[in-house]
Write a protein that binds this ligand. Structure first.
Ligand SMILES: Cc1ncc(COP(=O)(O)O)c(C=O)c1O
Length: 360
């Protein structure tokens, strides 16, 4: 996938000065967690995941620990859900653009895929009426993400309730990728999985806490049969999680207030920089994100987009998420504002403008 082949990890972080391509907050350094891992027996862990961690996550959502299965990152959760629920005889309704895994795994499973396109002109809002006309009378999974990557659009509580109701009415499952939930600008709606037992929520510690290097996420669901299926799938792939990862995540969540407060401050500061820039830009127009740490603006002048990305990276050492990462026109780009320092964000935005100016 282009998003992987052209990722900062592949290019080498040392080769990028202004990294505006990340969809998470700044990565956390282990030493800042002040956590001394000493007394952990490295046995196979509980297959559902560390009980204390599941308890903590469940309590936060108003669920029970048995409703949570810990998995190695939200990516693993999405893979498990897709491979458990989709096959050649089922339908997937999925947003586009999207985080690639939400589309690529279903493609491999050869299910019927119907895209719900999110448009710049309609503020990247999910078209609920259109969605309601697309559900077919075959086993179906509706897949949505809120806050959304790469657009930063967010479902209101009323909209979420409507999607849940729609999925229930049609006997569909609803997958809600809530990986960015903690990064909602306003109070988020209840966790989708807590609303109805045909709903599956997936999330992780990667994006909001800057902990993608411990592979720790979870599937939340109230449906016993689904949970058994997901657990069986997890056991086939991983047996259990890394106990080290589970304990680091537990430590983090036990001290979340302390660790998360400065992260939120950083995001707010950077968002101000971004908003100011976008409001005065002659080269970019945007849909202001409502959550998360990314936005999906587009280039206004007609330029050679391929050259733009090339020059931006090779001349200015600045990386953004190019439109083709998300199967859209190259005139769109994802800008991540939570990961870079304020200075790198300012510099990177300046480089974007200078590169476009040079190509007009
Ligand atoms: C919407 C979305 N879901 C899931 C993931 C995977 O995250 P994790 O690091 O928890 O596997 C990502 C990562 O970019 C994402 O953007």
């Amino acid at each position: 996938m282009p998003i992987e082949a052209e990722s900062p990890e592949e290019l080498g972080y040392g080769n990028i000065e202004c990294n505006l391509a990340e969809s998470s907050v700044t990565d956390t350094n282990f030493k800042d967690l002040d956590f001394n891992i000493k007394d952990i027996t490295l046995c196979y862990g509980d297959h559902k995941g560390l009980p204390a961690l599941r308890e903590l996550i469940a309590a936060d959502y108003g669920l029970q620990p048995e409703h949570i299965i810990l998995v190695p990152g939200a990516a693993a959760g999405l893979f498990i859900v897709a491979t458990s629920l989709l096959n050649k005889n089922s339908q997937l309704l999925v947003e586009r653009p999207n985080y690639a895994t939400n589309i690529e795994t279903p493609r491999l499973l050869e299910c019927e895929i119907n895209f719900i396109d999110l448009h710049f002109e309609t503020q990247y809002k999910l078209d609920l009426y259109r969605l309601s006309t697309m559900v077919k009378s075959m086993p179906s999974l509706i897949s949505i993400t809120t806050p959304h990557n790469p657009t930063g659009s967010v479902l209101t509580e009323e909209e979420l309730m409507e999607v849940v109701e729609l999925s229930r009415r049609h006997g569909s499952y609803l997958l809600v990728d809530e990986t960015y939930r903690e990064l909602s600008f306003n109070n988020p709606p209840p966790l989708a999985a807590s609303i109805s037992d045909n709903v599956i929520s997936v999330s992780s510690v990667s994006k909001a806490y800057g902990l993608p290097g411990i592979r720790m996420g979870w599937i939340a669901c109230k449906n016993k049969h689904l949970l058994e299926t997901f657990l069986a799938a997890k056991e086939q792939i991983f047996i259990c999680n890394s106990l080290l990862d589970e304990h680091v995540a537990l430590h983090y969540l036990q001290h979340k207030q302390q660790f998360f407060a400065p992260i939120k401050q950083h995001i707010n500061n950077n968002f101000k920089v971004l908003e100011e820039h976008m409001n005065s830009s002659k080269n970019l127009e945007w849909v202001k994100p409502q959550g998360g740490v990314v936005c999906y603006p587009r280039i206004i002048p007609s330029i050679d987009y391929k050259v733009f990305y090339k020059e931006l990276y090779h001349k200015h050492k600045t990386l953004v998420g190019a439109g083709h990462w998300f199967e859209t026109s190259q005139k769109y780009m994802r800008i991540g504002f939570g990961w870079p320092t304020k200075e790198a964000l300012q510099q990177g935005l300046h480089h974007i403008e200078a590169t476009i100016d040079g190509l007009k």
